[in-house]
Design a protein around this ligand. Structure first.
Ligand code: FBP
Length: 563
């Protein structure tokens, strides 16, 4: 099954390299001191899940309650045996994935030089479909310190059914693989835990280890300080936001509405705001908490635009998190009822044309939701009613929130006497930053963090554990002081309602309004709104002084300062 897959590496071998790529290939990622030589395993106390302990314990009888693990430097080298390991990249790309794989490769080779690494292609689907390549030293060397997931590709197939697990087991056994490393976000790591439990229950002898990935930054908790990729992606977006701010402060004639990726949580927008000090940054979690309506949001922005106009500043920047629309309580209610209504009447609506469907929806929705719908610009209301995904759900990600908001602000300002009296002019421009940062060359922080996560995953495999997430802590300190170890994935789980079923899942981390990053932002945002306090972070620097090149994100710093 392997031959058809060789194209992935063939293309890479023929690629020309930029000067930076060549120089960057020689970068040696920094490792925590504890991983630099032989390690000893220090076990902590047994763990409990964050909530719903009994339910999670019942669902994971073989992998629940395991202890946290920490690795410490050991004086005596332990003899290691060769081991075959499989690796999967799951979900959206995030800078540093290649370094997790190169760290894993170097880690298992350190255990024994005859160890082998197999990469399953295009995400979890590769395991089920038996598509893989062996990752040898020349391949790994091509990808060290590079962005992207192209070494083996990624995909969003969910590994959740027993048939998939059994199909996977066939190829793992065929290749003599004793451990599988799944690099993914909260859902993929939830599934890694389920797979670990299943393989343990079946006595397969196959270990499963997870690694925390996602630019969204929402896979973190008391024991996982950050997911990889967040640092680089937010630095790339902040560079470009800074450039836009310098442009708009030069021309003084445009308002820039900038939407930032992050399917649900607003960590990316918040971090970019801390780095660049825009005039406005919306935080979805706050909007939900304060029960703000769309009109409240429009009033808030129009108020700042008007006040800046009165000072002669007809320009500014507004950061908007991608997930915003689903957090606005009135729209959340509308979407929930639309999904419910159309789901329950699937057959009835299947044959309707647009006009009939609109009529049906307006006749059956609760009056408050009809009012919300009518308050929206026609195009957006149409999109909400008529564009559905294959499961029949509203496709929220297709809505161009930045245009929706600027359009409504423009309407409000056109009707405002105060804005006219201030001599205000409003010319909005729109941007969406997401893909621009997901495959950037990892910052030094992500290059080091990812390499350490992979190297540490090898140590977890050598320690014989399963159902653990690779964990590197103390990240605001220099890399040598980082603390490597492993966290039982069940420890991060609770039960949530998903697709009308109660499921064990890793708790998603949303922005905490009582957390320091938000508090810092909230304490300064009024000044940023009315004055022009832009910061221009410039591009990521890979070579140079540590204070320029090795700084972690501000979110991480604020969350962990004085700890
Ligand atoms: P993951 O959670 O899988 O890391 O993906 C995050 C993300 O980049 C989101 O920010 C974004 O909404 C989504 O992926 C887009 O994914 P796709 O390109 O597959 O549509």
């Amino acid at each position: 099954m392997q031959s058809e897959n060789l194209t992935l590496t063939d293309t890479h071998n023929n690629m020309k390299k930029s000067a930076l790529q060549k120089a960057r290939a020689n970068y040696q990622p920094k490792l925590p001191i504890a991983l630099q030589g032989p390690v000893k395993v220090v076990e902590g106390r047994p763990t409990e899940s964050v909530a719903d302990q009994e339910a999670i314990r019942n669902l994971f009888p073989n992998t629940y309650g395991l202890p946290e693990i920490r690795f410490e430097k050991n004086s005596a080298p332990a003899p290691g045996k060769p081991i075959n390991v499989g690796v999967i990249l799951s979900g959206g790309q995030a800078p540093g994935g290649h370094n997790v794989i190169s760290g894993l490769f170097d880690g298992i080779k350190k255990i024994h030089r005859d160890s082998r690494l197999f990469g399953f292609l295009m995400g979890p689907g590769g395991l089920v479909e038996h598509k893989y390549i062996e990752l040898t030293a020349p391949i790994i060397d091509e990808y060290r310190n590079t962005g992207g997931f192209d070494i083996i590709g990624s995909g969003r197939t969910k590994l959740e059914k027993k048939e998939q697990f059994d199909k996977g087991l066939e190829i793992l056994n065929e290749l003599g693989i004793k451990a599988l490393v799944i690099i993914g976000g909260d859902d993929s790591n939830t599934n890694a835990a389920i797979l670990a439990e299943y393989y343990k229950e079946k006595n397969t002898g196959i270990q499963v280890i997870g690694c925390p990935k996602t630019i969204d930054g929402d896979l973190k908790n008391d024991v996982i300080e950050t997911s990889f990729g967040f640092d680089t992606a937010t630095k790339v977006y902040s560079e470009v936001i800074g450039n836009i701010q310098r442009d708009c402060n030069s021309a003084k004639k445009y308002w820039h509405f900038i939407k930032l990726m992050g399917r649900s949580a607003s960590h990316i927008a918040l971090e970019c705001a801390l780095q660049t000090q825009p005039n406005i940054c919306l935080v979805s979690e706050e909007i939900e908490e304060r029960n703000m309506s769309l009109n409240d949001i429009i009033d808030y922005i129009a108020g700042i635009v008007t006040s800046r106009a009165a000072d002669g500043n007809n320009f500014g920047t507004v950061l908007i998190p991608e997930g915003l629309i689903e957090f606005i309580p009135e729209i959340k209610r509308l979407i929930a009822e639309l999904n419910e209504l159309l789901g329950a009447n699937k057959d009835k609506v299947a044959g309707m044309n647009e006009e009939q469907l609109t009529e049906f929806i307006l006749a059956n929705l609760a009056p408050e939701n009809v009012a919300t719908l009518k308050n929206l610009p026609e195009g957006v209301a149409r999109q909400l009613m008529l564009d559905r995904d294959p499961h029949g759900n509203v496709q929220v990600s297709l809505i161009e929130t930045e245009k929706l908001i600027s359009g409504m602000v423009a309407e409000k300002l056109a009707a405002s006497e105060e804005f006219k009296a201030a001599g205000g002019k409003f010319s909005p421009l729109h941007h969406f930053f997401g893909y621009e940062g997901r495959c950037a060359d990892p910052s030094n922080f992500d290059a080091d963090y990812c390499y350490s996560l992979g190297f540490n995953a090898a140590a977890l495999i050598n320690a014989g554990v399963t159902g653990y997430m690779s964990s590197i802590r103390n990240l605001v300190k220099p890399a040598v002081q980082w603390i490597p170890g492993g966290i039982p994935i069940t420890m991060m789980m609770n039960i949530e309602r998903r697709n009308a079923e109660d499921k064990p899942v890793i708790q998603k981390a949303l922005v905490r309004l009582d957390g320091k990053p938000f508090q810092k932002f909230a304490s300064q945002r009024d000044t940023w709104a009315h004055n022009t306090c832009y910061i221009y972070p410039g591009p990521i620097q890979y070579f140079g002084p540590a204070e320029v090149c090795d700084q972690p994100s501000m979110t991480l710093k604020y969350e962990h300062e004085n700890k």
